[in-house]
Design a protein around this ligand. Structure first.
Ligand code: IMP
Length: 184
């Protein structure tokens, strides 16, 4: 373990290890490769949390693909979304006729994704799928399906592998429980 990780009392146990993530990302990549064989996808990464997952997933997909990024900010507090989302960085590409896969880090209430999904569907993609590394069990307040899920986890606050707490911990290789107070 990295020295700084061991020395941080706010970092708890590993929820999903780097090895488990790597194996699951390979599975997801294989599945997406199979499903999109005849229609190469455009991966849309939702910044910033999905940047590590997207980098690994893109390389696990054995197809010619396109990549684009979006950044969103929630009007909620740091850890609870209100469902009202502002697009901070929009896509460069036009979605018309493209097979889009939105790549997210985590679905909690699902409100962020629900807003994004509506906004992207209005741009006439040929198809729209959603891939999230994590899904918090029993938390969703929305009724659409997440097509590809890496892991279902208990509703605890996690950091690492791209996920942050106030911009920290994104570079942790494992996903860990954050033991500190979640900022309101
Ligand atoms: P939702 O709209 O409630 O689904 O929240 C989704 C967003 O909240 C994610 O894209 C993350 O930015 C953030 N989030 C929710 N749970 C966690 C967590 O456990 N760790 C880090 N960020 C989280």
């Amino acid at each position: 373990m990295e020295a700084w990780v061991g020395a941080d009392p706010l970092l708890g146990r590993i929820v999903v290890s780097a090895d488990q993530i790597a194996a699951r990302v390979e599975d997801l990549g294989r599945q997406i490769t199979k499903d999109f064989l005849d229609r190469p996808p455009l991966l849309v990464g939702v910044l910033k949390g999905a940047f590590v997952f997207l980098a690994d997933l893109a390389r696990a997909i054995d197809l010619p693909l396109e990549l684009d990024f979006m950044a969103v900010a929630s009007y909620g507090t740091a850890t609870k979304t209100s469902g009202v989302v502002r697009i901070v960085k929009d896509l460069d590409l036009d979605l018309t006729g493209r097979h889009v896969i939105v790549v997210e880090d985590i679905v909690d209430s699902g409100l962020t994704l629900s807003y994004l999904r509506k906004s992207l569907l209005a741009r006439n993609p040929e198809s729209l799928a959603i891939c999230s590394l994590l899904l918090k069990t029993g938390q969703q307040r929305t009724n659409f399906d997440v097509d590809y899920v890496g892991f279902e986890i208990e509703p605890e606050f996690v950091v690492g592998y791209g996920l942050d707490l106030a911009e920290r911990y994104r570079n942790l290789p494992d996903l860990r429980i954050y033991l500190g107070e979640e900022p309101e």
